[in-house]
Design a protein around this ligand. Sequence first.
Ligand SMILES: NC(=O)CC[C@H](N)C(=O)O
Length: 449
Amino acid sequence: MKKLSAWLKENKITEVECVITDFTGIARGKIMPCNKFIDEKGIRLPESILIQSVTGDYVDDDVYDVLIDPAEIDMILKPDENAVFMVPFALEPTAMIIHDCYDKQGNPISMSPRNVLKKVLSLYEAKGWKPVIAPELEFYLTKRNADPDFPLEPPIGRSGRQESGRQSYSIDAANEYDPMFEDVYDWCEQQNLDIDTLIHEEGTAQMEINFRHGDALSLADQVFVFKRTVREAALKHNMTATFMAKPIGDEPGSSMHVHQSILDSKTGINIFSNEDGTQTESFLHFIGGQQKYIAACMPLFAPNVNSYRRFLPGTSAPVNVAWGIDNRTVSLRVPDSTPAARRVENRLAGADANPYLAFAATLLCGYLGMLERVAPGKPVQGSGYEESSAESLPLNLEAALECMENSDELKEILSPIFVQAYVEVKRAEYQNFKRVISSWERKYLQMTV
Ligand SMILES: NC(=O)CC[C@H](N)C(=O)O
């Protein structure tokens, strides 16, 4: 805390945002004057905010009472001194400090997404392994639109024109939004976010930003901060940025691909490659584990009803657990690389996934594979969409939640209470969704059936 207080004073910070993430990945917490934060003897928040759904609905009362202490006991929040970020878009000098959640006895709260990732990372640490992660995030820029019944539209660019048609990798199309991306780059630099390349993706006004590879916890923090940053930059330029997995029906979805390699903690050598450059057994087992456990983790990669609209053949989004070398039609792609950079790209997660939970899930699958020495079978040649031998995935939220609920491994490692709470919150959201009658139903059924 001493180091942190000195940093806050040095940077003349006047306001502090004390932040945690809930299941959705939303920033929740308290905003306070910097002096109050420095004098604070422990910030508290009710545990129930972790299990709030996107609709703001809570789970049923009887389930709620099992998950949360009926007395609504507070959690104790502790700042992570390695997770302090400037807030460049704030009106006064502001720092956002990511906190961890503990109970009164000092135990990490199992339902906190950041604690879930830390738990998985501690399994790796105990084995002398260190995961290295590189996420890629897709998102759409759209016109501002306050009416949820009105489909999203591409924004007006710098030239005054509205983008139309597919613009994959077009530099000029990306430059249409240059003033906004100038802010994104400046703000990311001020926050020490390690972003790398920007490209225009396939969809109309769909963008992708890649992160440089690094430590999994730090990158989860960075993705969390980045999403907030992009949304703010878009608003400043009179647009909105959305990380929904499928915001526009006839455009491609948005993913969060996760590249993963594992280093020996002592030597820093990639355990996926032998000295002579060939692939190791651990590499194959890592892939095997992903294939075996991905279905149970599906709600952590695809958390919303909308997430499942992305998984369509022919869209570079996966539909099964096939793996392949330099193949974009499978969920587990092994990019062409040097032996030192040998890695597995998990292409399942949507841009809407909570980065802490998606990273925890994919690393857990790989870890279990290496532990159980799961063989992955042969890599796919050609299109993975035609691969009948690759097990398919639960491709709707209900089926995915059932897989998760039935996984003893997830309950054992991530704790039964986390799995139950997550499944119940997502079920509550799904019930809420089912109560809404869509315009499609009105259009095709109202006067016909
Ligand atoms: N370039 C790509 O690989 C596209 C990925 C695709 N947008 C998806 O949702 O998975």
